[in-house]
Write a protein that binds this ligand. Structure first.
Ligand code: HEM
Ligand code: HEM
Length: 194
């Protein structure tokens, strides 16, 4: 193998996210979009047993997203992302770094604020997915109002980030054709043409 071949191979191998990152990215993306839509519907339901069941689902899905997101953050901190392509302009680098930070804030902030704002309530939690008892956080009423403020604004932050993120992915894929989307796609063999 020539030196040029070896360099090419190592770029290919290092140019994509790991399978763990890709698996977590798409799992969390699907769960989070589902959860935001469910949350907006749940909010509008009249009080009653159906709302109780909707809360149990909202809470179970939310805590699952929290645990997956904490795992993902830990993985991300211990496994650096592949470097951004050299041709990215300064504003593209800034957006490419800032949007994921915003997403982590939503992925962790939304379930955490939901958990905090409901912990001061009088009723015990339903079991997580109907099987696992889930504790309330030892927080007082004082934190409930700011948490609720974040929880209600979260969807707008989320849709804005998602619009920016998808627009960026499509721009790089369709206009720049630089393989950015390929870095995060599952089931693409490593080294395959972009
Ligand atoms: C990724 C996690 C979560 C997301 C994306 C999310 C999203 C949402 C959304 C979009 C709403 C409607 C807000 C509005 O219309 O203003 C909502 C409401 C609500 N969420 Fe969450 N949520 C999450 C986790 C949780 C958790 C873990 C809990 C509780 C343990 C929770 C408790 C609630 C409650 C009680 C409401 C209704 C608030 C009210 O009626 O004033 N959420 N959520
Ligand atoms: C709820 C939906 C989504 C969330 C929360 C999300 C979150 C993220 C985060 C946090 C990263 C940075 C990876 C890291 O360093 O940890 C990332 C990267 C990426 N996402 Fe998403 N994403 C979502 C949906 C999408 C969609 C729909 C697409 C495709 C159209 C997409 C394409 C990508 C690509 C191509 C990258 C890699 C960018 C790069 O190499 O710099 N994502 N996403």
């Amino acid at each position: 193998m020539t030196t040029a071949d070896a360099t090419h191979e190592s770029r290919e191998a290092g140019g994509r996210y790991s399978s763990v990152s890709i698996g977590l990215h798409w799992t969390i993306a699907v769960l989070l979009i589902t959860q935001v839509i469910l949350g907006l519907r749940f909010e509008d339901m009249p009080r009653g047993p159906a709302k109780g069941e909707a809360f149990a689902l909202h809470m179970s899905l939310g805590i699952t997203i929290l645990l997956l997101s904490l795992g993902r953050l830990l993985w991300r901190l211990t496994h650096p992302a592949p470097p951004l392509p050299d041709h990215y302009k300064t504003w593209e680098r800034l957006l490419a770094r800032a949007t994921p930070v915003g997403f982590y804030l939503v992925m962790i902030g939304m379930p955490l604020t939901g958990w905090i704002m409901t912990s001061a309530g009088p009723r015990p939690y339903p079991e997580l997915w109907g099987v696992l008892p889930w504790p309330k956080l030892p927080v007082g009423e004082a934190l409930a109002a700011p948490s609720s403020g974040f929880h209600h604004r979260g969807p707008w932050i989320f849709w804005t980030l998602l619009a920016l993120h998808v627009a960026g992915a499509l721009k790089h894929q369709l206009l720049d054709r630089d393989g950015t989307l390929w870095r995060m796609l599952p089931l693409v063999p490593r080294g395959a043409p972009r």
